[in-house]
Ligand binder design. Structure first.
Ligand code: FES
Length: 128
């Protein structure tokens, strides 16, 4: 039986959308200051939709699995839908208990897409 932790580990071992895009429309990279891990996300946008997405970089199992799961989730979604994607939705998607220390790991990919696509200063302030 697959439990939620297996789901995370599976994405960590076999990340989806890992790599680079040819001529992405948006590229944004950020790190988790508490550990120095860094993730880069590349987006291709067509007709206000995420036509394609890739991530690269290094990070712990939670941050890498979260990037894999999140990029799968938002591929094909409209920018408006992505804009409305919040922390709670990300936690629901991951399906495991995330402790305070690990919250930045779990939210890194979401933060990068939001800051990259919209320059959402509010998100950045809220997170510091
Ligand atoms: Fe670095 Fe999780 S410990 S992103």
């Amino acid at each position: 039986m697959t439990n939620d932790l297996d789901f995370i580990l599976e994405h960590y071992k076999n990340p989806q959308n890992f790599g680079h895009l040819d001529k992405p429309d948006i590229v944004h990279e950020e790190g988790n200051p508490s550990c120095g891990d860094q993730i880069r996300i590349e987006l291709k946008v067509e007709n206000d939709r995420i036509a394609d997405i890739r991530f690269s970089g290094k990070g712990c199992a939670i941050s890498q699995a979260a990037a894999s799961i999140f990029t799968e989730e938002i591929k094909g979604k409209t920018l408006e839908e992505v804009k409305n994607f919040d922390k709670q939705k990300m936690l629901d998607l991951l399906g495991i208990e995330i402790s305070g220390m690990r919250m930045k790991c779990a939210m890194l990919a979401l933060k990068i897409v939001k800051v990259g696509a919209y320059g959402l200063a509010a998100w950045r302030d809220e997170d510091e």
